[in-house]
Design a protein around this ligand. Structure first.
Ligand code: 2P0
Length: 360
């Protein structure tokens, strides 16, 4: 089954419909998993081996503007992924199927970048063969290259904007399925708050979508501790596949996730911060343990990451309830409650603090 088949299934009679307007704009928050998505049962459709649970970061995310243009290629302007030296902010991308010699060819800077290819392939799922191209503006307000899932909020904002442009009037569940085709974690970014992405077990993935949990936790804080803005040495897509294929520890991961998901849901409904923090931290450490035992071994740790972890563990020993989670990058995200905000800011002067429920 291909992505295109899923798009057809979700859109039904609206498949291959033309845009009803020439401009649409949407915002989606990025999300940080407290119970991670690590491993796919279907690579084409980004179907996960386990369910996962995240919290969206309120106003931190991506805004997408999409305009039908009168050109025969797409133009993408974005402030992520981080640009290489010499690149311009505006990236002009020729449609991959068009012949060489476009008048603006000298401006084609990143037509071969994996990000551009991924985005154009995604747009190709929705437009009719003979039709329109787009000017796309993608802007994130999160620290670039901080392991903050810019592709998650980018694809979620994109599918929401396309939903307006084509006037599909899709449900959040359908949008989550379509966002997943761009990037797995994007399925969770169509919601703000605590979000569970159900793994599902159908071959077509029609039961693999995210759902909003009803709970809010206004005192919950997340602090970004940036230790590196370097590009990842291995993408999470490759890393999770290598882990599934070669790590002997991976067989215990689904059991760990089941346990952690139940504990997190209990922590969220009881507003039990210690249970939430401890479970999220253990889940992240377990995910990294599966990577360490892959062959060849994968590690996103830098020496500074370990220094920070030890500092956090020491602070906990001294009675401060702070925990962390870590994604496919060297940076840490600190979890704590609002009553610790002052002391945490003093202990970590460079921290950027976000309150995930501040605008709900
Ligand atoms: C997560 N990560 O749950 C986990 C934890 C990274 C570590 O989802 O291949 O960019 O596009 O489905 O969504 C990053 O993976 O991967 C991710 P694809 P994605 O947040």
């Amino acid at each position: 089954m291909k992505k295109q088949d899923v798009v057809q299934l979700v859109l039904g009679k609206q498949y291959q419909k033309n845009p009803v307007c020439s401009f649409a704009k949407s915002f989606a928050p990025t999300n940080i998993a407290l119970c991670k998505y690590w491993g796919k049962r279907n690579q084409e459709l980004n179907l996960p081996i386990t369910s996962s649970l995240s919290v969206s970061l309120a106003h931190k995310g991506a805004t997408t503007e999409i305009k039908v243009n009168d050109k025969d290629y797409d133009v993408i302007y974005c402030n992520f992924p981080p640009l290489k030296k010499g690149d311009k902010r505006g990236i002009l991308i020729r449609h991959p199927e068009r012949s060489e010699g476009s008048p603006a060819q000298q401006e084609i800077l990143s037509a071969d970048s994996p990000f551009a290819k991924k985005l154009i392939e995604y747009l190709n799922l929705f437009r009719t063969k003979d039709s329109h191209f787009f000017d796309i503006y993608l802007e994130t307000n999160i620290p670039i290259a901080a392991g903050l899932a810019s592709s998650a909020c980018g694809f979620a904002a994109m599918i929401q904007a396309l939903n307006h442009l084509y006037d599909w009037q899709l449900s959040p569940q359908a949008l989550s399925i379509l966002a997943r085709l761009g990037s797995g974690s994007a399925s969770r970014s169509v919601f703000s708050g605590f979000v569970e992405w159900h793994m599902g077990d159908k071959i077509d993935g029609m039961d693999s979508y995210a759902e909003l949990l009803p709970d809010v936790w206004p005192e919950l804080c997340m602090g970004l501790l940036i230790v590196s803005d370097q590009e990842k040495t291995i993408s999470s897509r490759e890393a999770m596949q290598l882990t599934v294929e070669t790590s002997s520890l991976y067989s215990v991961w689904p059991k760990q996730v089941k346990k952690d998901l139940a504990a997190l849901k209990q922590a969220i409904s009881a507003q039990d911060f210690i249970l939430l923090g401890q479970t999220a931290e253990t889940n992240a450490m377990s995910m990294h343990a599966t990577m360490l035992s892959a062959c060849p071994s994968i590690t996103y740790y830098l020496p500074e990451t370990l220094v920070l972890m030890k500092k956090i563990w020491q602070l906990r020993k001294e009675g401060l309830p702070v925990y962390f989670t870590q994604d496919a990058g060297a940076n840490l995200k600190l979890l704590f409650e609002e009553k610790q905000l002052k002391i945490v800011s003093e202990l970590f002067p460079k921290i950027e603090i976000i309150k995930p429920f501040s605008s709900l």
